[in-house]
Design a protein around this ligand. Structure first.
Ligand code: TRP
Length: 330
């Protein structure tokens, strides 16, 4: 009889434990129940880092907090294609609920890894010509997101205002980035329509930037560069080469003015990230379907100038531009 009591007591303890531990898992969702958000950033340069910050802030504002209401799996490929591939595969094999690609090559790698998992584009200049969507208005598949297309015409108008006698404008970008090819070709057309001559040169990696930058600087009055990740990653090297020739750079983005460019009409990179994060939250909430959600754009460009660089190069920034511009310290 004693043995029987002992047995019942043990059984009760086991059952109670099973009951309470079970109750425990149902009231407190385990990490396995949280949605997984995989964010793949091509590399670190100031613009992409700001975009990532904006994404995280927008997710938090929408109630998605890492470790509490979502698992945020952030991967930075450091500009390496094999990292892009393995990180994309990692997201797919852990069955991410949504994936975010920051910059075109990162987005293209995610797109190659899955045609099922929703993908949000973070600052991909032209998703359509980069073969990510059927069209920017009606993406048609598992991908939608935010474009960082910049006002190229306004950027060339700014060149005209600051350097009224400039005639030949150099256009410099990486031939390995689809986002840059589309911008470079558009810029050449726009510049010609506005009466400029252009000289285009391309780099194939950051290793070419010094040499090609100085070759181009020796032939032109100013250099325009698109939102190109390779050049953004080697901007200091480029600026050294163009400074040596006394030639200013008009980049398509304010972060590259901070890195030693002269002036631009650019978009707020953090706001691009916020919009990307809002779309990511909307996918998690089941509010939007990528197939029918058009690519989103930020309309408002702002003038940014780097007076210190102007002084170094002996360029006078017109008063009327200074009055409207945001001053950037390098
Ligand atoms: N538009 C780039 C792409 O499609 C990414 C990007 C956003 C970028 N902002 C930038 C690149 C600023 C260079 C500088 O890949």
């Amino acid at each position: 009889m004693k043995k029987m009591f002992g047995f019942i007591a043990i059984l009760t303890i086991i059952l109670a434990y099973a009951f309470f531990s079970d109750a425990d898992t149902t009231t407190q969702p385990s990490e396995n129940d949280l949605p997984v958000v995989g964010v793949l950033q091509l590399t670190s340069h100031p613009a992409l880092d700001l975009i990532y910050e904006g994404i995280v802030d927008a997710l938090n504002e929408a109630g998605y907090i890492d470790g509490e209401t979502m698992i945020l799996d952030f991967q930075n490929a450091q500009g390496d294609q094999s990292n892009l591939n393995s990180m994309s595969t990692r997201f797919v094999s852990r069955d991410a609920d949504v994936m975010v690609g920051i910059a075109t090559p990162a987005a293209q790698s995610l797109a190659n890894a899955s045609s099922q998992i929703p993908i949000i584009l973070g600052a991909v200049t032209d998703p359509e010509t980069s073969n990510l969507v059927a069209s920017n208005e009606e993406p048609g598949g598992n991908i939608t997101g935010v474009s960082d297309e910049t006002p190229i015409q306004e950027q060339f108008a700014l060149i005209q205002e600051i350097l009224p006698t400039a005639n030949n404008i150099g256009i410099l970008y990486s031939s390995s980035e689809d986002n840059s090819i589309v911008q470079g070709e558009k810029a050449a057309e726009i510049a010609k329509e506005m009466g400029f001559e252009t000289t285009t040169m391309t780099v194939s990696s950051t290793n070419d930037v010094a040499q090609i930058g100085s070759a181009l600087a020796s032939q032109v009055d100013a250099i325009w560069i698109p939102t190109d990740n390779t050049i953004a990653s080697a901007m200091n090297t480029l600026v050294e080469a163009t400074d040596a020739a006394g030639i200013p750079i008009f980049p398509a983005v304010d972060t590259m003015v901070e890195q030693g460019g002269l002036a631009t009409v650019g978009l707020n990179q953090y706001e691009l990230g916020k919009l990307t994060g809002e779309m990511t939250a909307a996918v998690l909430d089941g509010k939007i379907d990528p197939a029918t959600t058009p690519i989103q754009y930020l309309e408002q460009g702002e003038i940014f100038v780097n007076p210190e660089k102007a002084q170094e190069l002996g360029i006078t920034l017109p008063q009327q531009i200074m009055e409207q511009a945001t001053i950037v310290d390098q």
